[in-house]
Design a protein around this ligand. Structure first.
Ligand code: ADP
Ligand code: MG
Ligand code: MG
Length: 210
């Protein structure tokens, strides 16, 4: 079976469960260098996504992504809501009317997601934000797709790069978002949005591999 809308809905459901599991941990990261709500924000957003998916069956992967995007934008709030919303929305646009995804489409979606987040939030690589996880993930996904990887392979490469990117935010000083108000005191902590981005990709990769 190809990676169709139904596969993606199942993956988003699994992701919702992962976000709920990681809620406390993500909030603790945000307590260190932010306002301590990142886990709550995402959990609220994905809980709303799961509720919507109980009554809607989007016909294409793009429509699944659009549902996630609009729901996150209207429920997550804070800095990360519009940014994750933008990521899913840009990804949705790239998928177009495709009934099934392949490695190249997933990679293109991740590149568009990264470009959208950068355009919206104006963070550069090394500013200690979700971009530090998403950008290497998009690059790794592109490389994997070019080498012929399928959806699972592309997402595995993206997830691995995102995890490394998130871990590498710890020694950085934040230059964007709330954490930047702390100046040098932001050093020594992993960025919550980079860590959640890594968990999102890890979950999507695990679903695609199963
Ligand atoms: P808030 O900071 O409004 O409370 P969250 O706690 O939900 O929102 O999300 C914080 C995360 O958002 C940060 O850890 C960072 O990864 C991300 N973030 C903040 N500002 C930006 C930005 N300008 N560009 C990219 N990501 C950002
Ligand atoms: Mg916060
Ligand atoms: Mg907040």
């Amino acid at each position: 079976m190809g990676y169709d809308a139904e596969s993606l809905v199942a993956a988003i459901r699994a992701l919702g469960a992962v976000i709920a599991q990681r809620r406390t941990e993500l909030t603790q990261l945000d307590q260190e260098i932010g306002d301590g709500d990142h886990g709550e924000n995402l959990a609220r957003g994905f809980s709303a996504v799961l509720t919507k998916l109980r009554s809607t069956e989007p016909e294409t992967p793009a429509k699944v992504m659009a549902l996630v995007a609009t729901t996150l934008i209207s429920t997550v709030g804070g800095a990360s809501g519009p940014l994750f919303g933008t990521a899913f929305l840009r990804g949705s646009t790239v998928l177009g009317g495709a009934a099934e995804l392949d490695g190249a489409l997933v990679a293109a979606g991740l590149v568009a997601a990264r470009d959208g987040v950068v355009a919206r939030g104006k963070a550069e690589l090394g500013d200690k934000t979700m971009v530090d996880a998403l950008s290497p993930a998009a690059d790794a996904a592109t490389k994997a797709a070019e080498a012929g990887a399928d959806v699972a392979g592309v997402l595995a490469a993206a997830a691995e790069a995102a995890a490394a990117g998130a871990a590498a935010t710890a020694p950085l000083q934040a230059r964007k978002g709330r954490a930047s108000y702390l100046g040098e005191r932001s050093i020594g902590h992993v960025d919550p949005g980079a860590q959640s981005t890594a968990y999102i990709l890890e979950s999507l990769a695990a679903s695609a591999a199963s």
